[in-house]
Write a protein of this length. Sequence first.
Length: 198
Amino acid sequence: MSEMVTTAQGEAGAIGPGRLVLVVGPSGAGKDTLLRLAQAACIDDPDIVFPRRIVTRESSSAEDNIAVSPDEFRRAREHGDFAVHWEAHGHAYALPIEINDDIRAGRAVVVNVSRTVIVALRHAYANVVVVAITAPPDVLAQRLAARARHSDGNIADRLARSVDDVSANADVTILNAGSAEYHSRQLMRVIRNEDWQE
C-alpha cells in the first residue's frame, strides 16, 4: 500500500491562524461516528468547519465523501484543487484547497486523515491538533466485520496495519469503547479548545 502526501501552502510559511484538527486512528475505531455527532453539535457554529473528503470510492452511510473516479482525482490534483492528498487501502483521498481559506479566516477545520500525513500537515499549518481515536483490538474487529464494506479489503490486514503507534503523534487520545455520545463530547471539547476530560 502506498501512502504519500502533497500539501499546497500557497504562500511562504505555515497557514494560520485557525486550527486544523486532525482526527486519526485505525479502521473500526469509530472516527466517522464521532465526527458525525460532533458535526451535528456544531451545526450552528460558522467558526467550525467539517469539509468533505474527496475519495476514489463511493460514499456510504458511514462516510459522507465526495466520490470521484481515479481520472477525476488525478485531474483535480494536477489542477491544484487539493490542500493535501494521500493514498491508503487502494484508494486516493484528498481535502479541498478551500480549507486553507477557512484556516486563514481563523476557523477550526476538523478532518479525518491518514496518520501518515500528520508530520507534513504539522509543517504546513501553524495550529495543528491531532486527536487519535482508537479502540481495543476485539472492538475494532467487531466493528469492521459489522461494517462489511467490500472496499475495506481483508479485515486481518487492516487490523495488522501499523503506522507507528496510533497515539505516537497525537495531542489527545480518545479510547472509543463506550458511549458514542460521551466520546463525541470529548471530541467536541478538543475542537472547541476546552478541557476534554470529564
